[in-house]
Design a protein around this ligand. Structure first.
Ligand SMILES: Nc1ncnc2c1ncn2[C@@H]1O[C@H](COP(=O)(O)OP(=O)(O)O)[C@@H](O)[C@H]1O
Ligand SMILES: [Mg+2]
Length: 314
Protein backbone atom coordinates (compact mmCIF):
# COMPACT_ATOMS: atom_id res chain seq x y z
CA UNK A 1 0.00 0.00 0.00
CA UNK A 2 1.12 3.55 -0.70
CA UNK A 3 1.14 5.55 2.55
CA UNK A 4 2.19 8.93 1.23
CA UNK A 5 1.23 10.01 -2.26
CA UNK A 6 2.03 13.45 -3.61
CA UNK A 7 0.73 14.50 -7.05
CA UNK A 8 1.89 17.55 -8.97
CA UNK A 9 2.29 19.57 -5.82
CA UNK A 10 3.34 23.20 -6.05
CA UNK A 11 3.68 25.54 -3.11
CA UNK A 12 4.23 29.25 -3.57
CA UNK A 13 4.52 31.37 -0.45
CA UNK A 14 3.23 34.86 -1.08
CA UNK A 15 3.97 37.71 1.22
CA UNK A 16 2.10 40.97 1.01
CA UNK A 17 5.36 42.80 1.70
CA UNK A 18 6.76 43.90 -1.68
CA UNK A 19 4.51 41.20 -3.20
CA UNK A 20 7.33 38.69 -2.87
CA UNK A 21 6.65 35.15 -4.09
CA UNK A 22 8.78 32.19 -3.04
CA UNK A 23 8.31 28.91 -4.83
CA UNK A 24 9.11 26.26 -2.23
CA UNK A 25 7.92 23.23 -4.22
CA UNK A 26 7.44 22.83 -7.95
CA UNK A 27 5.30 20.13 -9.52
CA UNK A 28 6.38 17.60 -6.94
CA UNK A 29 5.48 13.90 -7.19
CA UNK A 30 6.31 11.22 -4.67
CA UNK A 31 5.08 7.85 -3.36
CA UNK A 32 6.12 6.21 -0.13
CA UNK A 33 5.33 2.54 0.49
CA UNK A 34 3.84 1.36 3.76
CA UNK A 35 6.33 0.03 6.30
CA UNK A 36 9.37 1.73 4.82
CA UNK A 37 11.78 4.40 6.01
CA UNK A 38 11.84 7.21 3.48
CA UNK A 39 14.55 9.88 3.61
CA UNK A 40 14.02 13.28 2.08
CA UNK A 41 17.37 14.96 1.58
CA UNK A 42 18.28 18.41 0.45
CA UNK A 43 20.22 21.53 1.41
CA UNK A 44 18.67 24.19 3.64
CA UNK A 45 15.81 25.92 1.88
CA UNK A 46 15.22 23.01 -0.52
CA UNK A 47 11.55 22.68 0.51
CA UNK A 48 11.70 19.62 2.80
CA UNK A 49 9.85 21.17 5.73
CA UNK A 50 7.28 22.70 3.40
CA UNK A 51 6.47 19.26 1.99
CA UNK A 52 5.94 17.79 5.46
CA UNK A 53 3.81 20.77 6.48
CA UNK A 54 1.64 20.34 3.39
CA UNK A 55 1.20 16.64 4.16
CA UNK A 56 0.15 17.52 7.72
CA UNK A 57 -2.28 20.22 6.61
CA UNK A 58 -0.27 22.99 8.31
CA UNK A 59 0.48 24.68 4.98
CA UNK A 60 -1.96 24.67 2.06
CA UNK A 61 -0.71 23.66 -1.36
CA UNK A 62 -0.98 26.19 -4.18
CA UNK A 63 -1.56 23.48 -6.78
CA UNK A 64 -1.77 19.71 -6.78
CA UNK A 65 -2.92 17.21 -4.21
CA UNK A 66 -1.64 14.68 -1.71
CA UNK A 67 -2.86 11.69 0.27
CA UNK A 68 -1.65 10.17 3.51
CA UNK A 69 -2.76 6.71 4.69
CA UNK A 70 -5.08 6.54 1.71
CA UNK A 71 -6.97 9.72 2.57
CA UNK A 72 -6.85 13.21 1.15
CA UNK A 73 -4.75 15.51 3.36
CA UNK A 74 -7.82 17.67 4.00
CA UNK A 75 -9.30 14.81 6.00
CA UNK A 76 -8.10 15.87 9.45
CA UNK A 77 -9.38 12.71 11.18
CA UNK A 78 -6.54 10.81 9.55
CA UNK A 79 -4.03 12.94 11.49
CA UNK A 80 -4.87 10.91 14.61
CA UNK A 81 -2.81 8.14 13.01
CA UNK A 82 0.14 10.43 12.31
CA UNK A 83 3.10 11.36 14.53
CA UNK A 84 5.14 14.50 13.96
CA UNK A 85 8.44 15.77 15.26
CA UNK A 86 8.69 19.35 13.98
CA UNK A 87 11.99 21.00 13.13
CA UNK A 88 13.19 23.36 15.89
CA UNK A 89 10.24 22.46 18.08
CA UNK A 90 9.65 24.34 21.32
CA UNK A 91 7.55 23.00 24.14
CA UNK A 92 6.26 25.35 26.83
CA UNK A 93 9.33 25.71 29.13
CA UNK A 94 7.33 25.37 32.35
CA UNK A 95 6.16 21.83 31.44
CA UNK A 96 8.12 18.75 32.46
CA UNK A 97 8.74 15.74 30.20
CA UNK A 98 5.66 13.90 31.36
CA UNK A 99 3.46 17.01 30.97
CA UNK A 100 4.62 17.41 27.36
CA UNK A 101 3.59 13.86 26.51
CA UNK A 102 0.24 14.35 28.23
CA UNK A 103 -0.33 17.65 26.42
CA UNK A 104 0.51 16.27 22.98
CA UNK A 105 -1.43 13.09 23.70
CA UNK A 106 -4.53 15.18 24.41
CA UNK A 107 -4.02 17.20 21.25
CA UNK A 108 -3.76 13.93 19.29
CA UNK A 109 -7.11 12.76 20.63
CA UNK A 110 -5.79 10.02 22.95
CA UNK A 111 -7.77 9.05 26.04
CA UNK A 112 -6.26 9.54 29.52
CA UNK A 113 -5.91 5.76 29.86
CA UNK A 114 -4.01 5.53 26.58
CA UNK A 115 -1.71 8.36 27.61
CA UNK A 116 -1.09 6.94 31.10
CA UNK A 117 -0.29 3.52 29.70
CA UNK A 118 2.26 4.91 27.24
CA UNK A 119 4.17 7.65 29.08
CA UNK A 120 6.68 5.51 30.99
CA UNK A 121 7.37 3.18 28.08
CA UNK A 122 8.03 6.06 25.72
CA UNK A 123 10.29 7.91 28.15
CA UNK A 124 12.21 4.67 28.66
CA UNK A 125 12.43 4.09 24.92
CA UNK A 126 14.17 7.45 24.42
CA UNK A 127 16.17 7.08 27.68
CA UNK A 128 14.51 10.05 29.34
CA UNK A 129 12.75 8.32 32.23
CA UNK A 130 15.04 10.04 34.78
CA UNK A 131 13.97 13.43 33.46
CA UNK A 132 10.25 12.80 33.62
CA UNK A 133 9.65 15.42 36.32
CA UNK A 134 12.26 17.94 35.16
CA UNK A 135 11.04 21.08 33.42
CA UNK A 136 11.93 21.10 29.72
CA UNK A 137 13.61 24.50 30.07
CA UNK A 138 16.46 22.59 31.72
CA UNK A 139 16.79 20.10 28.86
CA UNK A 140 19.73 20.13 26.45
CA UNK A 141 19.13 20.15 22.69
CA UNK A 142 19.72 16.40 22.54
CA UNK A 143 17.25 15.78 25.38
CA UNK A 144 14.67 17.95 23.64
CA UNK A 145 15.05 15.83 20.51
CA UNK A 146 14.60 12.62 22.51
CA UNK A 147 11.46 14.00 24.10
CA UNK A 148 10.41 15.24 20.66
CA UNK A 149 10.62 11.70 19.33
CA UNK A 150 8.65 10.35 22.30
CA UNK A 151 5.85 12.89 21.81
CA UNK A 152 5.68 12.00 18.11
CA UNK A 153 4.86 8.43 19.18
CA UNK A 154 2.33 9.16 21.94
CA UNK A 155 -0.66 8.28 19.74
CA UNK A 156 0.98 5.05 18.51
CA UNK A 157 0.94 6.42 14.95
CA UNK A 158 1.12 4.40 11.73
CA UNK A 159 2.89 7.18 9.86
CA UNK A 160 5.64 9.25 11.48
CA UNK A 161 7.13 12.47 10.13
CA UNK A 162 10.46 13.46 11.63
CA UNK A 163 11.91 16.80 10.57
CA UNK A 164 15.67 16.83 11.26
CA UNK A 165 15.31 14.36 14.18
CA UNK A 166 18.99 14.13 15.07
CA UNK A 167 19.67 17.86 15.03
CA UNK A 168 21.85 18.62 18.08
CA UNK A 169 22.03 14.98 19.17
CA UNK A 170 25.45 13.46 19.99
CA UNK A 171 26.71 10.44 17.99
CA UNK A 172 25.60 7.88 20.59
CA UNK A 173 22.17 9.47 20.78
CA UNK A 174 21.95 9.38 17.00
CA UNK A 175 22.71 5.70 16.92
CA UNK A 176 20.05 5.14 19.60
CA UNK A 177 17.51 7.11 17.59
CA UNK A 178 18.38 5.11 14.47
CA UNK A 179 17.81 1.86 16.37
CA UNK A 180 14.46 3.10 17.68
CA UNK A 181 13.40 3.99 14.14
CA UNK A 182 14.45 0.61 12.78
CA UNK A 183 12.38 -1.08 15.50
CA UNK A 184 9.39 1.05 14.60
CA UNK A 185 9.84 0.00 11.01
CA UNK A 186 9.82 -3.65 12.12
CA UNK A 187 6.43 -2.95 13.70
CA UNK A 188 5.21 -1.96 10.23
CA UNK A 189 5.21 1.80 10.70
CA UNK A 190 6.06 4.14 7.87
CA UNK A 191 8.71 6.70 8.70
CA UNK A 192 9.34 9.84 6.70
CA UNK A 193 12.57 11.62 7.66
CA UNK A 194 13.73 15.02 6.52
CA UNK A 195 17.41 15.59 6.93
CA UNK A 196 20.38 17.46 5.63
CA UNK A 197 22.60 14.78 7.23
CA UNK A 198 23.24 12.27 4.50
CA UNK A 199 25.12 9.60 6.36
CA UNK A 200 22.28 9.28 8.87
CA UNK A 201 19.63 8.80 6.27
CA UNK A 202 21.84 6.50 4.24
CA UNK A 203 22.06 4.11 7.18
CA UNK A 204 18.35 3.60 7.75
CA UNK A 205 16.36 4.60 4.68
CA UNK A 206 14.89 2.10 2.24
CA UNK A 207 14.49 4.87 -0.32
CA UNK A 208 15.67 8.45 -0.52
CA UNK A 209 14.66 11.47 -2.55
CA UNK A 210 16.88 14.44 -3.21
CA UNK A 211 15.31 17.82 -3.33
CA UNK A 212 16.85 21.12 -4.41
CA UNK A 213 15.17 24.48 -4.95
CA UNK A 214 11.76 22.84 -4.64
CA UNK A 215 12.46 20.27 -7.34
CA UNK A 216 12.76 16.53 -6.95
CA UNK A 217 16.07 15.76 -8.60
CA UNK A 218 16.47 12.07 -7.84
CA UNK A 219 14.60 9.28 -6.08
CA UNK A 220 15.50 5.66 -5.48
CA UNK A 221 17.10 3.18 -3.12
CA UNK A 222 20.42 4.22 -1.58
CA UNK A 223 21.91 1.41 -3.67
CA UNK A 224 20.44 2.85 -6.91
CA UNK A 225 21.68 6.32 -6.11
CA UNK A 226 25.18 5.34 -5.16
CA UNK A 227 25.89 2.90 -7.97
CA UNK A 228 27.61 4.70 -10.76
CA UNK A 229 26.25 2.61 -13.60
CA UNK A 230 28.80 3.75 -16.12
CA UNK A 231 32.03 3.06 -14.29
CA UNK A 232 33.24 -0.49 -13.78
CA UNK A 233 36.24 -1.92 -12.06
CA UNK A 234 37.64 -4.92 -13.92
CA UNK A 235 40.02 -7.35 -12.31
CA UNK A 236 42.10 -9.78 -14.38
CA UNK A 237 43.70 -13.03 -13.29
CA UNK A 238 47.15 -11.99 -14.47
CA UNK A 239 49.07 -8.75 -14.09
CA UNK A 240 48.60 -6.00 -16.66
CA UNK A 241 51.38 -4.46 -18.73
CA UNK A 242 50.26 -0.88 -18.30
CA UNK A 243 51.84 0.54 -21.46
CA UNK A 244 50.62 -2.29 -23.67
CA UNK A 245 47.20 -1.92 -22.13
CA UNK A 246 46.94 1.84 -22.61
CA UNK A 247 48.06 1.42 -26.20
CA UNK A 248 45.70 -1.41 -27.14
CA UNK A 249 42.66 -0.11 -25.28
CA UNK A 250 43.04 3.57 -26.07
CA UNK A 251 39.55 3.73 -27.57
CA UNK A 252 38.07 3.12 -24.11
CA UNK A 253 37.86 5.67 -21.31
CA UNK A 254 40.27 4.06 -18.91
CA UNK A 255 40.53 5.22 -15.33
CA UNK A 256 42.87 4.11 -12.61
CA UNK A 257 45.07 1.13 -13.63
CA UNK A 258 46.70 -1.04 -10.95
CA UNK A 259 48.81 -4.21 -11.23
CA UNK A 260 45.90 -6.48 -12.14
CA UNK A 261 42.82 -4.27 -12.35
CA UNK A 262 41.56 -1.14 -14.04
CA UNK A 263 38.57 1.17 -14.09
CA UNK A 264 36.71 2.00 -17.25
CA UNK A 265 33.89 4.41 -18.03
CA UNK A 266 31.48 3.15 -20.67
CA UNK A 267 28.49 4.80 -22.31
CA UNK A 268 26.33 1.66 -22.12
CA UNK A 269 26.35 -2.11 -21.63
CA UNK A 270 27.16 -2.63 -25.30
CA UNK A 271 30.44 -0.82 -24.87
CA UNK A 272 31.17 -2.83 -21.74
CA UNK A 273 30.62 -6.04 -23.69
CA UNK A 274 32.81 -4.80 -26.51
CA UNK A 275 35.57 -4.23 -24.00
CA UNK A 276 35.09 -7.75 -22.63
CA UNK A 277 35.34 -9.13 -26.20
CA UNK A 278 38.57 -7.23 -26.74
CA UNK A 279 40.03 -8.45 -23.46
CA UNK A 280 39.14 -12.06 -24.31
CA UNK A 281 40.56 -11.68 -27.81
CA UNK A 282 43.79 -10.48 -26.25
CA UNK A 283 43.81 -13.69 -24.17
CA UNK A 284 43.08 -11.96 -20.86
CA UNK A 285 41.24 -13.87 -18.17
CA UNK A 286 38.59 -11.80 -16.37
CA UNK A 287 38.26 -12.45 -12.68
CA UNK A 288 35.71 -9.87 -11.64
CA UNK A 289 33.66 -6.97 -13.03
CA UNK A 290 31.98 -4.69 -10.50
CA UNK A 291 30.14 -1.37 -10.89
CA UNK A 292 31.97 1.40 -9.03
CA UNK A 293 30.03 3.03 -6.20
CA UNK A 294 30.18 6.61 -5.14
CA UNK A 295 29.20 7.60 -1.63
CA UNK A 296 25.77 9.13 -1.19
CA UNK A 297 27.56 12.31 -0.17
CA UNK A 298 29.59 12.51 -3.41
CA UNK A 299 26.49 11.81 -5.43
CA UNK A 300 24.47 14.36 -3.46
CA UNK A 301 27.04 17.11 -3.92
CA UNK A 302 27.39 16.48 -7.64
CA UNK A 303 23.59 16.35 -8.15
CA UNK A 304 23.05 19.58 -6.22
CA UNK A 305 25.87 21.31 -8.13
CA UNK A 306 24.42 20.15 -11.44
CA UNK A 307 20.93 21.32 -10.53
CA UNK A 308 22.23 24.70 -9.29
CA UNK A 309 24.16 25.13 -12.55
CA UNK A 310 21.04 24.39 -14.57
CA UNK A 311 19.13 26.96 -12.55
CA UNK A 312 21.73 29.70 -13.15
CA UNK A 313 21.71 28.98 -16.88
CA UNK A 314 17.95 29.38 -17.13
N1 LIG B 1 6.15 30.65 5.90
C1 LIG B 1 6.97 30.96 4.89
N2 LIG B 1 6.81 32.11 4.19
C2 LIG B 1 7.61 32.42 3.16
N3 LIG B 1 8.61 31.64 2.73
C3 LIG B 1 8.82 30.47 3.36
C4 LIG B 1 8.02 30.07 4.49
N4 LIG B 1 8.46 28.87 4.92
C5 LIG B 1 9.51 28.53 4.11
N5 LIG B 1 9.72 29.49 3.18
C6 LIG B 1 10.73 29.46 2.11
O1 LIG B 1 10.49 28.32 1.32
C7 LIG B 1 11.71 27.70 0.92
C8 LIG B 1 11.76 26.27 1.42
O2 LIG B 1 11.85 26.27 2.84
P1 LIG B 1 11.77 24.96 3.74
O3 LIG B 1 10.61 24.15 3.30
O4 LIG B 1 11.83 25.37 5.15
O5 LIG B 1 13.13 24.21 3.31
P2 LIG B 1 14.02 23.11 4.08
O6 LIG B 1 13.20 22.47 5.12
O7 LIG B 1 14.45 22.17 2.98
O8 LIG B 1 15.20 23.83 4.65
C9 LIG B 1 12.82 28.58 1.47
O9 LIG B 1 13.19 29.47 0.46
C10 LIG B 1 12.14 29.29 2.62
O10 LIG B 1 12.74 30.54 2.85
MG1 LIG C 1 13.57 22.21 7.12
Amino acid sequence: MITVEVSNLTKIYESSYKKRRITALTNFNLSVEEGTVFGLLGPNGAGKTTLVKVLLGIVHPTLGSAKILGQNINNYEIRKRVGYLPENHKFPPYLNGEDVLRYVGKLSGCTNDEINSRIDGLLKLVKMEKWKKTKVKKYSKGMMQRLGLAQALINNPDLIFLDEPTDGVDPIGRKEIRDILLNLKKEGKTIFINSHLLSEVELISDRVAILNNGLLIKEGTVEDLTTNKETYSIKLTDDIDKLWFEDNFKDFHLGNITANSFEVKVSDEKELNLLIDELRKAGKNIKEIVPVKTSLEDMFISLINESDKKKTNE
